[in-house]
Structure formats: C-alpha cells, structure tokens
Design a protein around this ligand. Structure first.
Ligand code: GCO
Ligand code: MG
Length: 402
C-alpha cells in the first residue's frame, strides 16, 4: 500500500486552515489537520518542502514507523511546527488504515469506552448579566459543561469576549490587536462572576474558566482558593507552563482542579506535570501534539496518574482534528471533557464530516476511518488571508502573556 500522492491544502473559509491529503496507489485517501493558528504557512512549507518528498513511495500501513522516521529522522525534535506536520501525516495514515479495515477509527483504538463525548461550550460576554443569558442558551442546547469568560470592569478589552457568540475567533487582524491587562482588576472580578453563575444555575452544571497563562503561581493559587466555593471543573492555563514546577506551588494552596496543555507539543512538555500529579486535566490535542499516535502516549501516561483528558477544540483546530479527537475521546479510559466551538457553515462545507452533537455529547462518525473529508475544489475558492492572534500589555505598556 504505497503512498502515491500527498497534497498540502491551505484554505480560508472564514479562517485559515492547513490540511494534508495522502493518497495511496490503490486510491485510498486520508486527511490530517496541520493548522497552527497565526503561523499556518510555516507548517505548510515544512510539509511541502521537507516531508512530502519523504512520503512518496512509503508504505502507508506503517504508521508508527513513519512517526519515528519523521520525529527521529529530522534530528531537530519537538516544537509546534514540526509536531503539527508530523500530526497531519499520522492522522491521515490512521484515516487510511480505518478505511482499509472498513472500521471507524475508534474501533482500531480499542472500541468504545463510553456512549458519547461530553463537550463544553464557550459562554462569553462583556458583563455578568449577558454571560448568564449566554450560559442559558448553552443549557438550552443541552450542554452539560460551559466555559465562562467575561469582560473585566476597568479594562477596555479582555481575552475570550467576542462580538460573535457562536463563532468566537481570536485571530482577528493581519497585524496583532493589542489588549490591556490588569491582574488586580481580574482577580477582584472573577469570583463575583462565578458567585452569580452558581446562584443562577445551581451546583451541578460543569463550569470552567480559562486564565490564558496570565498569572504567576501565587496569584493563580489565590484565584483557585477564591473560586473554591463555586466548585469549578477546572481553571485552565493558570500560569505559563514552560516551568512545569510552577504548578506545584498552585497545587499546595487550592483544591480547584487544574488543566493545561493546549500549547504543548510532546509528552516531554507535560511529563513532570503528569507524573507528579500537579494537574487534573491534560489538554493536548491531535494536531499540536504529534497526531493520534503521540496523543495516545500522553493520555496513557496520564491514565497512570489520575489525570484525565480535556482536549483543546477551538475553531482554529479544523473539523479534521475534531473528528480525530472524538475517536480518541470515545476510546480512552481516562477521558475527561472535550472543548467544542462550532465552526462556521463555510468551514463545515469545506470539511464535510459525520460527527454530530446531541444533548451535550458529540458522537464520532461511524464511517470507516475518521469520517471527515476536504472538498478540495471548494477549499481552493478560499485563498489564505493573513490573520494573527492578539498580544497583551500591562497598563504601563509591558508585554504580558496572551
Ligand atoms: C481555548 C483557547 C483558544 C486559543 C486559540 C489559540 O481554550 O479554546 O485558549 O481560544 O486561544 O486556540 O489559537
Ligand atoms: Mg485555552
């Protein structure tokens, strides 16, 4: 089953995506997501210039060997560009294997461990009153878990608060938008938001909050403590996680569960966090963490240490990534939650897929393989359009984490 053709597809049906299509000499094709928000063309070039020539003529059935070949063979290891490129190849090869076997991918991963994948949606608004009505809309749609972000009084802009509710999109301009940040205003405001939310929705709706790497460990510890009465399912990315040790300090002070991992690319980025049980949820996902092969390795390590999955699933991860993530989510023993932000109708048409939302759960497709494709003709009608994520500065102008 030799690889005969590999195509790198860049498309912008409302936002930019990079996809990889691998076709075997028998005409079986597989797709992979290679989107790295704001740095898409680096991955596209990495694939086109350095990976595609290595794939032509290789045996498409050798998934693990191809992974090792691309990882060890490059000499330069890890990093988001390399790992997103490897992920795209790996995902496409799993898609092909499923199609050849005539089975949905989750069957090759051990079969179902649950009947559906619990997802969380994003309720965000400038003020508390509006966020309460946003949460109500998600509850009405059947969601069992909601991430809550609001504007901060005193700050003109805040991460996670957008104009278009259903299709939240942070990469909003060709040159980065500048936001202003104040930790003091933030720490004062957030507990008041969750007090209102709990009062309105009672004790059992799962509530989450994304800190977006903006605090120091001791500030995050204070936030965690102040949110304990409202029993959050997690606070996400409380501190930048280059220093895995930083989480130990937060852990000593609070029982609010911790989640991290959307910017991680390998098991080495979270090894200490997992084995020392410094976190509760690991949020790595297929496209940025080396594909299905490597993500499973991370989740298996996590399972040994009481850490559950909580994969990233923002709109910059294409429906190809979402389809692949759902097959992993439904199969692994230590699934926690899956993030789900709806894609725009244009994106859904470019990536026709069989996964579906029902009463708070997503269900993977029952088609052989991933159950997702790319309409290449339609994709070609949406050329790349530069868009970057915002940056963040403190009130005195100092650059801060976004
Ligand atoms: C999330 C995220 C996203 C990211 C985005 C970056 O938890 O959904 O933090 O909103 O900012 O995916 O590309
Ligand atoms: Mg996040």
């Amino acid at each position: 089953m030799k690889i005969a053709d590999v195509r790198v597809i860049v498309t912008c049906p409302g936002r930019n995506f990079v996809a990889l299509k691998i076709v075997t000499e028998d005409g079986v094709s597989g797709v992979g997501d290679a989107t790295l928000n704001g740095r898409e063309l680096a991955v596209a070039a990495y694939l086109t210039e350095h990976v595609v020539p290595l794939l032509i003529g290789r045996d498409a059935s050798r998934i693990e060997d191809t992974w090792q070949f691309l990882y060890k063979g490059a000499y330069w290891r890890r990093g988001p560009v390399t790992m997103s490129a490897i992920a795209a190849v790996d995902t496409a090869l799993w898609d092909i294997k499923g199609k050849v076997a005539g089975l949905p991918l989750y069957q090759l991963l051990g079969g179902r461990s649950r009947s559906g994948v619990t997802v969380y949606g994003h309720a965000n608004a400038v003020d508390v009153e509006t966020v309460l009505s946003e949460i109500s809309s998600y509850v009405a749609l059947g969601y069992r878990a909601v991430r809550v972000q609001t504007g901060i009084p005193g700050l003109s802009s805040t991460y996670g608060v957008s104009d278009d509710k259903m299709f939240y999109e942070p990469a909003d301009a060709a040159l980065p938008t500048e936001n202003v940040w104040s930790t003091e205003h933030y720490l004062h405001h957030v507990p008041k938001v969750f007090a209102e939310v709990r009062k309105e929705f009672g004790p059992t709706l799962k509530l989450l909050h994304d800190v977006h790497h903006r605090l120091t460990p001791i500030e995050a510890a204070r936030l965690g403590k102040s949110l304990e009465p409202y029993a959050l399912t997690w606070i996400e990315d409380p501190v930048p996680a280059e220093l895995q040790e930083g989480f130990r300090l937060i852990r000593q002070h609070t029982t609010t569960p911790l989640a991290v991992g959307e910017v991680f690319n390998t098991i080495w980025d979270c090894q200490e966090l997992i084995t020392s049980q410094l976190i509760d949820y690991i949020r790595t996902t297929v496209v940025h963490a080396g594909g299905i092969t490597h993500l499973r390795r991370i989740f298996d390590l996590a399972a040994l240490h009481h850490v559950r999955s909580g994969s990233h699933g923002a709109t910059d991860l294409s429906p190809v990534c979402m389809a692949a993530a759902l097959h992993v989510d439904i199969a692994i023993p230590n699934f926690g939650l899956q993030e789900y932000m709806r894609h725009t109708p244009e994106t859904d048409l470019v990536f026709p897929h069989g996964y579906r939302f029902e009463r708070g759960y997503l269900h993977p497709s029952e088609e052989p393989g991933l159950g997702v494709d790319i309409d290449e003709e339609l994709a070609a009608r949406y050329p790349y359009s530069p868009a970057q994520l915002p940056v963040n500065r403190l009130e005195d102008g100092t650059m801060h984490s976004w």
